[in-house]
Write a protein that binds this ligand. Structure first.
Ligand SMILES: Cc1cc2nc3c(=O)[nH]c(=O)nc-3n(C[C@H](O)[C@H](O)[C@H](O)COP(=O)(O)O)c2cc1C
Length: 376
């Protein structure tokens, strides 16, 4: 059957049939269930490596080993359900970042998406020759052309090698944001502005290394028309998070998904997370209590995030997000993108992907009537 699609692309030896990355969503929201469903539709399904070890018996005593083991189990679980593309999202700020990278590469993840910090250092297990030869592709997540430049410049000098592309995440995204609070509404930092800047920044590296460096754009993208528009500005694909939460296959509890459906525009808010970054979330009683100065005392035996000021933090972000993911929203809150309030129903991933593709097609035809794109 001929199926209309969005133009795919290759990264090295990997073919991406539909250039939609399902963004990694921490503490088990994007696990094997969601990632494999997206991969089965031709996109890149991404497992977030944050906090997966919580259910392992030795989490409290050996949290690094527990997290790595749990991540590897999750990748294997996804592989059982799909032969499509599976990536792993790892926050650079995690204190067990090195172990998680090792876990993902050992399992031959197709991609590593490295965000929440600049991926400049790798453990001794990853000397430059291993970075250059491994089949797993590395895609940093950045919020500016400057950050992309710092990463590529450093890699070129240190590893004589560069990453395989970039995700640019704009200020309308859900979750932690790589912007200062005053930059969030500043048009100078809008995604439409960032994408061409990053594309231009990478061009000299494409020439020097003789490889294409696709830029994927994310943050607030909602329709296939949005995908078309941002690709007209130079993106080769997109990363989307919020829309994938409201799917049957998303690994969060139904009450987490319902918080999305029930949200109104006025509920979408920016918080200052204990991690030291702003984040976008859906306002609820828990967050109102935090704003009112009410603290949820906690003990932190493992310090999962290097940047967390846990002695001053009013609550534990890992616990709050996990409670919300499990449906206990009275004990936590839901991260979400700026357009969450537009979501009205929970649909299968296949329906969402087909809708986005059809909307993209409509937008492409309206712009270029002769340019009908089909996959075969
Ligand atoms: C609930 C939730 C959790 C997220 N967790 C992470 C994470 O652990 N690591 C990360 O790099 N990005 C995280 N993100 C960002 C997404 O991967 C994605 O880039 C972003 O959601 C894109 O914007 P959109 O939600 O408007 O589509 C999260 C987003 C949401 C909504």
């Amino acid at each position: 059957m001929i199926k209309p699609t969005i133009p795919g692309l290759n990264i090295g030896d990997i073919t991406i049939p539909v250039p939609i990355i399902q963004g990694g969503m921490g503490v088990g929201i994007s696990g094997a269930g969601l990632a494999s469903a997206v991969a089965n539709e031709g996109g890149i399904g991404v497992i977030s490596a944050v906090g997966l070890g919580l259910n392992e018996p030795d989490f409290k005593t050996h949290f690094k080993e527990a997290n790595k083991r749990a991540l590897q189990k999750e990748i294997r679980k996804a592989r059982e359900k799909t032969s499509g593309l599976i990536g792993v999202n790892i926050m650079v700020a995690l204190s067990d970042y090195d172990n998680l990278i090792e876990g993902a590469v050992e399992e031959n993840a197709d991609f590593l998406f490295l965000g929440a910090g600049l991926p400049l250092k790798f453990s001794e297990a990853f000397p430059p020759e291993r970075l250059r030869s491994m089949s797993t592709k590395v895609i940093p997540i950045v919020s500016s052309a400057k950050a992309a430049k710092v990463i590529f410049n450093f890699w070129e000098k240190r590893f004589q090698h560069i990453p395989d592309g970039v995700v640019v995440e704009g200020p309308l995204a859900g979750g932690h944001l790589g912007f200062k609070p005053e930059q969030i509404d500043d048009p100078a930092h809008a995604l439409e502005k960032l994408v061409p800047e990053v594309v231009t920044e990478l061009q000299p590296y494409e020439q020097a290394f003789g490889k294409q460096l696709p830029v994927f754009a994310g943050g607030g993208l909602y329709t296939g028309q949005d995908i078309f528009n941002i690709m007209q500005l130079g993106a080769r694909g997109v990363q989307m998070g919020t829309r994938f939460v409201a799917t049957d296959e998303c690994d969060a509890d139904i009450r987490f998904k319902q918080a999305y459906i029930q949200s109104e525009k006025k509920d979408v808010t920016i918080i200052q997370s204990p991690v030291g970054l702003p984040g976008r979330a859906i306002r609820n009683q828990f967050l109102d209590d935090v704003s009112a100065g009410i603290k949820t005392p906690f003990q932190c035996p493992w310090k999962c995030l290097r940047t967390c000021d846990f002695q001053e933090a009013p609550y534990c972000i890992a616990v709050a997000l996990t409670q919300a993911k499990d449906g206990h929203l009275q004990n936590g809150f839901a991260f979400a993108g700026a357009n969450v309030w537009r979501i009205k129903e929970i649909v299968p991933v296949r329906t969402l992907m087909n809708t986005l593709i059809a909307e993209y097609q409509e937008a492409a035809q309206a712009r270029h009537p002769a340019n009908h794109v089909y996959s075969r």
